[in-house]
Ligand binder design. Structure first.
Ligand SMILES: Cc1ncc(COP(=O)(O)O)c(C=O)c1O
Length: 478
């Protein structure tokens, strides 16, 4: 699959031929190459000015192109790429060390194939416009209730409270269940830092638990070894969309009278024996950050089984203000509210959720078929019986002698962005001293050799094939 054939031309081709390319790609620009090396850029304007200067349509484009152009190394941080865009510069060529054109960033995508991008293909714009036209842009407004209602419908027996992000959802879950100083909360060693930070915000003590080598979720047998008289809750994280062993987890929590708080930030729609993630425990949390399965830009949701806990979370979300007495504060609360504008996007995303989930499953199936048995890949995502793994991020592990970072760099040269697995919490400075499982070998191993591939619902079948082919090719070079 040629990646930008409609945007490039060789430097010895004529101005006429270049005009045809620019006309057909509709972008008003063309990148001029000399054996793959980017030597110039020709815009509509450059070509017009060249003709006005007296050049003819038969002159080579190298006479007309602009040699003083902006390009960035393909390995540049996304932030630098984003900052380089301006009202005049909406497309940026990305080159390798030799100056070869390997990718093109535009205002919507920093790489041709990003790891994850939202798909706002439903009624998002219509609903946001409605908020603006009706003047309900703050956290009051009908979309906030609608969004919560949709979550309640999808997660039976749970009461939904939408909040400003997935981290504060965890914070409110812990606070509303009364967890605080002196309490221990067991968290997996392999997760995003928000899981442990939320415990620390409550002044409770996190305890780091080993993960299962297959599911990469918290190891239930290890949890049992960590329970003490101070343990108050277990916080499993359904990592990358893989659902934890929920029956066994529920049993452990029931036996030891512990709260079960599911971190579903990465697992909207995953299920275990047809029971959906987020409905197993006392509380569950979700994130709607830009890269999540559904997105509101920033946003989150916390669900509670106990309606009283949900009521308390609403009070805490709204500065601790009494629901029946305005400006009377019953406790020290927070402003953790979601805006109506964000909820409007959430409602539109939820309307399309069945389609989004089935696309996620289809992407995983395609990757599974293309990558099974490929040398260099030690494991594809594990399939547990009777579960739905929503595959927020399709993540594989590499055999130990492959340099993952070198592989990621090489894939960037194909315009493919990838992502390493999280670092184990116990290795990072703020968390080194917390109590933990005797051994944390699985979290360490997965962290070193795990690689997440592009998983956006916008991916086309040909792109998945292109990613798989590029991966296979580069695996043999690393
Ligand atoms: C497992 C997990 N928990 C919590 C969060 C926090 O969500 P947010 O970024 O919306 O605060 C994330 C987000 O990436 C996550 O992956």
């Amino acid at each position: 699959m040629e990646i930008f054939e409609d945007l490039v031309i060789e430097s010895n081709r004529s101005i006429r031929e270049t005009m045809v390319v620019v006309d057909q790609n509709g972008r008003g620009i063309c990148f001029v190459l000399d054996n793959g090396i980017l030597v110039g850029i020709a815009t509509d304007g450059d070509l017009r000015r060249a003709l006005l200067r007296g050049l003819t349509l038969d002159n080579p484009v190298s006479d007309a192109m602009n040699r003083n152009f902006t390009a960035l190394p393909v390995t540049s941080e996304d932030k630098l790429i984003r900052q380089t865009f301006s009202t005049r510069l909406k497309i940026i060529p990305l080159t390798d060390e030799s100056g070869k054109l390997v990718d093109i960033a535009d205002v919507q995508r920093s790489h041709r194939i990003p790891v994850l991008e939202p798909q706002l293909a439903g009624r998002e714009l219509e609903y946001v416009t409605d908020c603006i036209l009706t003047n309900w842009i703050s956290s009051q407004g009908s979309y906030v209730q609608k969004f919560e209602f949709m979550f309640e419908k999808m997660h039976p027996e749970m009461h939904a409270v939408c909040v400003s992000n997935g981290t504060v959802a965890l914070h409110l879950a812990l606070l509303a269940l009364g967890i605080g100083e002196g309490d221990e909360v067991i968290v997996p060693d392999l997760t995003f830092a928000a899981s442990i930070n939320a415990v620390l915000y409550c002044k409770a003590t996190p305890v780091l638990c080993e993960i299962d080598p297959n599911t990469w979720c918290i190891d239930v047998l290890e949890i049992k070894k960590l329970i003490t008289s101070r343990t108050k809750a277990v916080m499993p994280v359904h990592l990358y969309g893989q659902i934890c062993e929920m029956e066994a987890l529920r049993q452990v929590c029931e036996e030891s009278k512990l709260f079960l708080i599911e971190d579903c930030a990465e697992a909207l729609g995953s299920s275990w024996n047809k029971k959906i993630a987020g409905t197993f425990g006392d509380s569950s949390t979700f994130s709607f950050f830009g890269n999540k399965t559904i997105s509101t830009g920033e946003g989150g949701m916390v669900l509670f089984r106990d309606p009283e806990a949900a009521k308390q979370a609403r009070i805490l979300r709204d500065h601790g203000m009494s629901p029946g007495k305005r400006y009377w504060h019953e406790c020290i609360g927070f402003n953790y509210r979601l805006t109506n504008l964000q909820a409007a996007i959430g409602v539109a995303q939820m309307e399309r959720f069945p389609e989004i989930l089935s696309k996620k499953l289809e992407i995983a199936e395609r990757y599974n078929a293309l990558l099974a048995g490929v040398p260099g890949i030690s494991r594809l995502p594990f399939t547990q019986p009777n579960t739905v793994h929503s595959n927020w991020l399709y993540t594989v592990t590499l055999v130990p002698n492959i340099s993952r970072d070198e592989l990621m760099r090489r894939l960037l040269m194909h315009g493919i962005d990838t992502r390493p697995v999280f670092y184990p919490l116990h290795e990072m400075p703020p968390y080194v001293n917390f109590k933990r499982s005797d051994k944390l070998l699985n979290s360490k191993e997965i962290s070193i050799c795990g690689l997440s591939l592009p998983s956006s619902v916008t991916l086309q079948a040909e792109e998945i094939s292109y990613i798989a082919t590029s991966l296979v090719q580069e695996l043999s070079n690393c």
